[in-house]
Design a protein around this ligand. Structure first.
Ligand SMILES: *Cc1c(COP(=O)(O)O)cnc(C)c1O
Length: 372
């Protein structure tokens, strides 16, 4: 039997015909490889989709987060709150600023940051004399965090909200687009994300014109009006024109792909719901299903049985951040992060992409049914 891909980028490329090749050829012809016309065109289109005024592309999703911390002047004495159940990048950017990284627990059903744990963590940070400055909710597996509740908590403490939407660009929350739900929203165009390029890429969204201008300077070595007169410390973090050209092509089919993901997730739900714990989507939300993640106690046994049956699976994430070796000694919300720890032992992500046909999906479901 043909091997099942976990994410099928080839099917997407075939669907786009020679569109991507021709788009890259146009960049090769005009030669503006850094901040060429495709970058500006992409930023305008992404901002419109995200329902915000400004999109600032950059080198990757991790830099996007770091650029925001730089734009906000985050530093020693500040406390930054991050869910422990996430990809390392969400927390990685905090310690180098000198700010205090505070891990927060998550919710069992949505996998996203738990408002109660966040409130307790803010109090604990204040008790230590720290200034709560920002919370970074993650829209894990493509589903937006509870931005209304988190935004209210943040506002009550004078904090900003930085949405880590690396997995959720294209998702909706109560009718609003991801990108418009936080003070800043960051995304990643890593190839396997729902909107991915053919290398590294990322972007920041904001409605604040001054911060947008600042971010454009920060991504370009902190340049002033003249690029050899640098007025602040910055980074070298720009999206390659070639990657922007790739993304413009992929954007033409992105909405249809998101719809296909809804159909495939619904089919997983109906065939698996009596076998394992299937992921819940909060009402009023549209997930982009970056991952379709089930939960069960015998996770490792199921993963092994799937592997034997030629069905790839993945564990996102086997360790919460506060349990990882490189992240010992940071602050943890009072009561710890028991839900994050429990999820790490129970989650299993299944093959998920817009080109997963019913026959292949049935093979995945059959392998799970047989194993159980
Ligand atoms: C992928 C990812 C990032 C980082 O994106 P890169 O483009 O790989 O730097 C950050 N946060 C989350 C939640 C991610 O999944």
């Amino acid at each position: 039997m043909t091997p099942i891909p976990f994410v099928d980028l080839t099917a997407q490329r075939l669907r786009l015909g020679d569109g991507i090749e021709r788009a890259i050829a146009r960049v090769l012809a005009h030669g503006a490889f850094i901040l060429g016309p495709e970058v500006a065109e992409l930023e305008a289109k992404l901002a419109a989709m995200a329902q915000v005024s400004h999109c600032i592309t950059c080198g990757n999703g991790t830099d996007a987060l770091q650029l925001v911390l730089m734009a906000e002047g985050i530093g020693p004495g500040d406390a930054i709150f991050v869910p422990s159940f996430t990809f390392v990048a969400t927390g990685e950017i905090v310690p180098p600023t000198g700010a205090t990284l505070v891990f927060v627990d998550v919710q069992e059903d949505s996998f996203n940051i738990a408002p109660d744990s966040l409130e307790a963590a803010i109090k604990a940070a204040q008790a230590k004399g720290l200034r709560p400055r920002a919370v970074i909710p993650v829209d894990l597996f493509g589903q937006p965090a509870d931005y209304d509740r988190i935004g209210a908590i943040a506002a009550a403490h004078g904090m900003i909200v930085i949405g880590d939407a690396a997995q959720s660009f294209g998702a909706h929350y109560k009718g609003r687009a991801v990108g418009s739900l936080a003070t800043y929203t960051t995304v990643s165009f890593f190839p396997s994300k729902p909107l991915g390029c053919y290398g590294d890429g990322g972007a920041v969204f904001t409605d604040d014109a001054e911060k947008a201008a600042l971010l454009k300077s920060l991504r370009f070595h902190g340049k002033g009006t003249d690029k050899y007169d640098n007025v602040r410390l910055g980074l070298n973090s720009r999206l390659d024109t070639i990657q922007a050209a790739v993304l413009l092509q992929k954007l033409t089919i992105f909405e249809e792909e998101i719809e296909a993901r809804q159909r495939i997730a619904a089919r997983y739900h109906s065939t698996l719901t009596n076998l394992v714990e299937t992921p819940a989507v909060t009402s009023d939300c549209r997930s982009v299903w970056a991952q379709y993640t089930i939960q069960l106690d015998a996770r490792d046994q199921l993963a092994e049985a799937c592997k034997q049956a030629g069905v790839p699976t993945a564990v996102y994430y086997p360790l919460p951040m506060h349990k990882q070796r490189g992240y010992q000694g940071h602050m943890l919300a009072p009561g710890g992060a028991p839900v994050a720890e429990k999820l790490a032992g129970r989650v299993l992500s299944l093959p998920m992409h817009p080109y997963l046909d019913e026959q292949t999906q049935d093979r995945v479901v059959e392998a799970i049914r047989n194993a159980l």
